[in-house]
Design a protein around this ligand. Sequence first.
Ligand SMILES: CC(=O)SCCNC(=O)CCNC(=O)[C@H](O)C(C)(C)COP(=O)(O)OP(=O)(O)OC[C@H]1O[C@@H](n2cnc3c(N)ncnc32)[C@H](O)[C@@H]1OP(=O)(O)O
Ligand SMILES: O=C([O-])CC(=O)C(=O)O
Length: 377
Amino acid sequence: MEVARGLEGVLFTESRMCFIDGEAGKLYYYGIPIQELAEKSTFEETTFLLLHGRLPTKAELEAFGKDLARRRALPKELLEAFRRYPTSAHPMSFLRTAVSELGMLDPTEGDISKEALYQKGLDLIAKFATIVAANKRLKEGKEPLAPREDLSHAANFLYMANGVEPSPEQARLMDAALILHAEHGFNASTFTAIAAFSTETDLYSAITAAVASLKGPRHGGANEAVMRMIQEIGSPERAREWVREKLAKKERIMGMGHRIYKAFDPRAGVLEKLARIVAEKHGHSKEYQILKIVEEEAGKVLNPRGIYPNVDFYSGVVYSDLGFSLEFFTPIFAVARISGWVGHILEYKELDNRLLRPDAKYIGELDKPYVPLEARG
Ligand SMILES: CC(=O)SCCNC(=O)CCNC(=O)[C@H](O)C(C)(C)COP(=O)(O)OP(=O)(O)OC[C@H]1O[C@@H](n2cnc3c(N)ncnc32)[C@H](O)[C@@H]1OP(=O)(O)O
Ligand SMILES: O=C([O-])CC(=O)C(=O)O
């Protein structure tokens, strides 16, 4: 049997949630093009779609939004525990630990019946934003803010993070960013969640593992790495030379390349437009200009090899505009992706529910003698 390095090209289950046409640069959630959702939907509606496989009616959406809003507040034990977490910790480590702690606080943690998974999943979807916002406030030496039930998920997230009610334009930007990041098939973190869940571990454990996986710079952590790249480059004038040096050393340009897309990631297309708008309106033009030059200069070498900007390339310019420092970029991704993780766990349980256990081709030796310790050189 051939070894599929990195599991490339391996189909291990079936799914209706997401279709990615990597050659054409197209993405659909339950058959709906991502651009339509980013422009017209809300995070609540997209989450309903990912959990139920269809768009909600008006009444369903209203009830679903209210239900999520009611679940936003964190248990007081968790808020107290936050004060013992080191303020220097990376926000993804903070989130990973908080999810695990939420599991310990749930007396029915181990219930993985379909209904329990749905209810616990909704709870996590609602609470991720509250955890990340509380971490931001604590890092800034401020008190976490209680969630407001009268605001949308996106608007309330910004309110809790920044301490002021966002403008409708800011809330729309956050909504679009959350929709764009909510789901993406069997990416590394979703696969991690499914691999853990396939052992019939509890939801919190599977999601803790997914957060850990998203943190890595080859995956969700790339959005933070892109902003560090911008800082290292420093000015648009230096960008071309920087890219040439980087590629000459065979180093990677963060925020470019993808296992599935061999064309422009459609999410990066939407985020590029949003980044351009905030750059023009609110003065993030230096960051945006640097990225445009990196995209063009690196593209000369990388585009012919099917390497283009991915979702992590332009998102940081939007997040900066919404008041977040770079270490919160990957947690914002998690605030969105929790919907995809929960959706996939529900779907996997329904459709497949088999233990994931791949194999490796053995390339070691056999029947070697056991040499006693005192006889080893
Ligand atoms: C939300 C997300 O997870 S989106 C992805 C976020 N990650 C990043 O942006 C990090 C930068 N990108 C990368 O490291 C890669 O493109 C990955 C990890 C995302 C996908 O890579 P894979 O499909 O595993 O391809 P692999 O790592 O084998 O690379 C294939 C070739 O393309 C090159 N390549 C891939 N990405 C890049 C890049 N960003 N810059 C330069 N070269 C690249 C590799 O050097 C390799 O070249 P070689 O064949 O000469 O050795
Ligand atoms: O699909 C992938 O491998 C990575 C990705 O873009 C995502 O998780 O959004």
